[in-house]
Design a protein around this ligand. Structure first.
Ligand code: G
Ligand code: MN
Length: 266
């Protein structure tokens, strides 16, 4: 007999482009936010916007289930635009409420060389009076490698506009050291899989420690996602990691829950 989880997975793997298209029109996507906290001062530094699909019958669907469809079909352009609008509007509200933190947004590699992406981000920041220096754009290490080879200029332009850039799921797997040094980025986010195993696996400890040292020597901010317990927090503190994010601190949550966590009224 199938478990509930297996059934959900089967149903999710039957997701189609039409369903994604309909969901965009029908406003079925929503954003959760997860706090990113400094290890030394234990202060909130940023919130990462994380997209979810609230399907009327299937329930909450994770991005790894629908993003590949959105990317293959080009729907990612509309979906990304929706994400930018919603999270930047939310960020403007947090700024108004006096919250001193940044915002992290994940970028799909499929939209990074789309000129309108840059324009939308730039225009929204202007309209909402958001300083791009408070916005960190996250792209995975494999995507950086892909664009490094293509000598994409977009990163330079985004940075020229003042946005911060972060390499997500980083472990020096796709980029080599000279490539990392030549990239104009501000932050790396350690590969979550190693952080999830940090308290149990010696290899994950070794690689995490080495990568933190390298990245810090490159002058980069180092963040760890997937901190699920105190033992992992303590190890990251010992390794002098700068920022943490994970269920141990707070799960990705809706805006009202986020506001409650941070202690502000809606
Ligand atoms: O790197 P990326 O942007 O994919 O990472 C964010 C994802 O990691 C989100 O989907 C979020 O739900 C998940 N995540 C965040 N913290 C934790 C955690 O502590 N444990 C696990 N298993 N997943 C987490
Ligand atoms: Mn991310």
């Amino acid at each position: 007999m199938q478990t509930e989880f297996e059934k959900r997975n089967d149903e999710s793997s039957a997701l189609t482009a039409d369903m994604v298209k309909h969901a965009i029109k029908n406003n079925e996507f929503l954003l959760y936010y997860q706090p990113i906290v400094s290890l030394a001062e234990q202060q909130i530094k940023s919130a990462e916007a994380l997209v979810r699909w609230q399907h009327p019958t299937l329930g909450i669907i994770a991005p790894d289930q629908f993003m590949p469809i959105a990317e293959e079909t080009g729907l990612i352009v509309d979906l990304s635009q929706w994400i930018f609008e919603v999270c930047l509007q939310q960020y403007a509200k947090w700024q108004e409420a006096g919250l001193d933190m940044g915002l992290a947004i994940n970028l799909s590699p499929k939209i990074i060389d789309n000129q309108s992406t840059l324009t939308v981000l730039e225009d929204l920041c202007k309209q909402l009076q958001i300083n791009p220096a408070n916005i960190s754009l996250e792209l995975t290490e494999s995507a950086y490698k892909q664009y490094y080879n293509k000598k994409n200029e977009l990163f330079h332009r985004l940075r020229a506009l003042g946005f911060k850039l972060a390499i997500d799921d980083f472990e020096l797997r796709y980029l080599n050291l000279p490539e990392l040094l030549s990239l104009e980025v501000d932050e790396i986010k350690l590969n979550k899989l190693h952080i999830l195993n940090l308290d149990k696996d010696e290899y994950s400890q070794k690689i995490t420690k080495i990568i933190i040292n390298i990245a810090k020597n490159c002058g980069l901010i180092v963040s760890a996602t997937g901190v699920e317990n105190l033992a992992t927090w303590n190890l990251l503190e010992q390794y002098k990691c700068d920022q943490t994010q994970g269920y141990y601190i707070c799960k990705p949550v809706s805006v009202p829950e986020f506001n409650k966590w941070i202690g502000i009224n809606n």
